[in-house]
Design a protein around this ligand. Structure first.
Ligand SMILES: Nc1nc2c(ncn2[C@@H]2O[C@H](COP(=O)(O)OP(=O)(O)OP(=O)(O)O)[C@@H](O)[C@H]2O)c(=O)[nH]1
Ligand SMILES: [Mg+2]
Length: 403
């Protein structure tokens, strides 16, 4: 199943700006809290060096794109409503936020690194709010909400599990499956916290809180986008956020959006993730446009190396979700599909996906009729249990193929 990454965080920090830049969808953006009321769903792109370069071929991408030897693989993003303290009790748009965040497999927590919005997302002078609090608030609100949910029928679930002499995971999973949390997340968490999965009835309230927090981390890993990095004391705040132990990427969503729009309008040459852009025909730009672009070059690209948007998306999928690109072909010699298209598709699959699982991801029937796979690099046969690696090019040989 395709993984989804959620853009979450305090109100008015730039989540929708980030989303608009990543997806080029027109969404509401404004300098006050709760601009987004219902989540926006869209498709962004992951960038990965394409194997076409290594194989020395010209590809014909179908499910993705290839630009100058870089594969752009589509990925699902959701822009969630912003939250404030008390969200777990429904304050602000708490309920709407929680309804959406359950779908996400990983979170990009957008914060205001300029410290120019208060706890409620209201504008304040730069530097007057600590962005570490933005991340903590999100984590705490999520944990309070999840604790409330789990506590509701904790005794009943724990008692049923103990009576059946079974681990808590199987029973708790039923309750949490709609939140994207499964028994593996639960088992991993129980082990990490040193709890007894057979004696959940005797877990103390503090142990339950610790369990919930760890379960959230296991099932919804997060990366911090230190946004508005062009403004205020962002440099210092990025350092503090990193020191606090979060995985942090400084971002400037507003700059990325301007660059993407200028690219779409044919005014500049820019590829997301790049450290600079070109202006092919300077006379086409107004004085204001030139000035705005120069400011982005100086304050954002010059200072941080990029707008950070592409880096965050790549990290969310490659690091947090641990997925790898794999290229299926129907002819391992020619690297083509049945229509003769070279390296048509690139799939993003969890690291460790086996050859047979990969066949099932492409098509259920292909998985069922799987005989073996062929590695296009080595031309070796791979058995059904063979775990695929990053950038593998794989032909599936099946008993009967209706494709
Ligand atoms: N300086 C600066 N401002 C930004 C940046 N990104 C977004 N903004 C501004 O921040 C304000 C809020 O942007 P939105 O994208 O609507 O924020 P949001 O987090 O989606 O807000 P809610 O939907 O209300 O929670 C707007 O005025 C944006 O122009 C940035 O990188 N730098
Ligand atoms: Mg928004």
């Amino acid at each position: 199943m395709a993984r989804i990454v959620g853009l979450v965080g305090k109100a008015n920090v730039g989540k929708s700006t980030f989303f608009a830049a990543a997806t080029m969808k027109a969404v509401d953006i404004a300098g006050f809290p709760f601009t987004t009321i219902e989540a926006n769903k869209g498709v962004g792109y992951l960038r990965s060096p394409c194997v076409c370069t290594e194989f020395g071929v010209k590809d014909d991408p179908v499910n993705s794109a290839c630009v100058d030897g870089v594969r752009l693989v589509p990925v699902d993003l959701i822009d969630c409503p912003g939250i404030i303290r008390g969200a777990h009790q429904g304050k602000g748009l708490g309920n709407q936020f929680l309804d959406e965040v359950r779908r996400a497999d990983a979170l990009i927590v957008v914060v205001d690194a300029a410290g120019a919005t208060d706890d409620n997302g209201q504008p304040v002078p730069p530097g007057s709010h600590d962005p570490v609090e933005d991340v903590r608030m999100l984590e705490e609100e999520f944990d309070l909400w999840l604790t409330g949910l789990i506590r509701k029928d904790w005794e009943k679930i724990a008692r049923t599990a103990q009576a059946a002499r079974e681990e808590i995971g199987r029973h708790l999973e039923e309750k949490l499956t709609g939140l994207g949390m499964n028994r593996f997340h639960i088992a991993e968490t129980v082990e990490k916290r040193g709890l007894n999965p057979h004696a959940a009835l005797s877990w103390s309230p503090d142990e339950i809180i610790g369990f919930v927090s760890e379960l959230r981390k296991a099932s919804k890993p997060l990366i911090v986008a230190a946004n508005k990095a062009d403004k205020g004391p962002a440099d210092e705040n990025v350092r503090i956020l990193k020191e606090t132990g979060y995985q942090v990427v400084p971002t400037c969503a507003e700059a990325e959006l301007s660059l993407r729009r200028a690219t779409a309008a044919g005014l500049i040459h820019y590829t997301p993730g790049d450290s600079d852009f070109e202006i092919p025909e300077p006379e086409k730009l107004s004085g204001g446009q030139t000035k705005a672009l120069e400011l982005i070059r100086e304050r954002v690209l010059g200072n941080w190396g990029s707008t950070g948007i592409q880096e965050v998306i790549n990290s969310a999928f490659f690091q947090l979700l641990n997925t790898v690109p794999v290229y299926p072909v129907e002819d391992a010699e020619k690297l083509t599909d049945h229509q003769g298209r070279v390296l048509p598709d690139c799939y993003l699959v969890p690291r460790g996906t086996t050859a047979k699982q990969f066949a099932s991801i492409i098509h259920t029937e292909l998985g069922e009729s799987f005989i073996f796979a062929i590695d296009a690099r080595t031309k070796k046969r791979l058995g059904e249990g063979h775990a695929l690696n990053k950038d593998d090019v794989i032909q599936i040989v099946a008993a009967k193929s209706r494709r």
